[in-house]
Write a protein that binds this ligand. Sequence first.
Ligand SMILES: Nc1ncnc2c1ncn2[C@@H]1O[C@H](COP(=O)(O)OP(=O)(O)OP(=O)(O)O)[C@@H](O)[C@H]1O
Ligand SMILES: [Mg+2]
Length: 316
Amino acid sequence: MSAAPLVSLRDVSVRYGPATPRVLGHVTLDLMAGDRLAVIGESGSGKSTLALALAGLLPKGAAAEGRIAWPGLGEKPLPGRDIGIVYQDPSGSLDPVMRIGDQVAEVVAAHAAGPTDRSPREQAVELLARVELPDPANLARSYPHQLSGGQRQRVALALALAGRPRVLVADEATSALDPVVQSRLVGLIGRLCDEEGLALVFVTHDIALAASLASRLAVVYAGRLVEIGPRGRVLAHPRHPYTRALMAAHLGLDRPPGGRLATVEGSPPDLASPPPGCRFAPRCSLAVAGCTSGDPPWYGEPDDGAACVFAERLAP
Ligand SMILES: Nc1ncnc2c1ncn2[C@@H]1O[C@H](COP(=O)(O)OP(=O)(O)OP(=O)(O)O)[C@@H](O)[C@H]1O
Ligand SMILES: [Mg+2]
């Protein structure tokens, strides 16, 4: 018998208020132990909303339909304990007037499972070492403004790990960093997931970055999950025209030598008045008349397929 998923979403839709549009619709997916799931899509496609929904962190006033459950975690996760989350901007998680060692120690103490032989302060220094910060005992006495952007993001990662979570959500956590710092942090996140047995949800608009870290890719477009599958299958045989367009744009398939990075032509729809049928149809080079009437059918398995009438022809 296979283990229960850590997080299970069934036909989940989200809106942020009663009179506001649905920004996520009909998402079904499971997050298993050991998974490294990347969520990819353009700005406004619903990636952060999906991440917050699966972490049980949707803001007050948001309404979710469908079923969100955490069978492998027990009850709804406690914020900061069962699911750790790192955002793009570490200043949201860091207190500017508190020494970083004290901040990490505070979270360690808040989520301590029982007595240990090490103080929260000692554990905080260990966590700063785990995220590979130099001279952690000294660094623990620093304030956030004394650190570089990459170091601050490592502290945010230590804070996310301080509750000993089973799942780590990184929402564009490396996007604001320069490429070298970014690739070191991505490497660290991968190692930590292996060493701590963490499942990872890695949210990014960068399919190349996703491909470097994830074992599974989920592609969202205008609030819909349009494709999901193992990394190798999705990259070698993308089944959705949007995934193909993203790959062409970001993996440089259509990029002239020395030329600018290509983008997917056109822009995503206004979620308040989405186009009928497939939401990608207005930008899709394969679209036929039938694409604009009714939701596109799902081709494949729930965890390995795409929502497109051409999916079978694109990647049998
Ligand atoms: N707290 C909120 N209140 C109201 N609307 C929101 C809120 N957060 C997000 N939205 C809207 O929900 C939609 C999806 O936003 P979301 O932040 O999930 O997208 P995203 O894919 O994470 O984008 P980005 O790449 O820019 O971070 C957008 O139309 C956005 O304006
Ligand atoms: Mg976002």
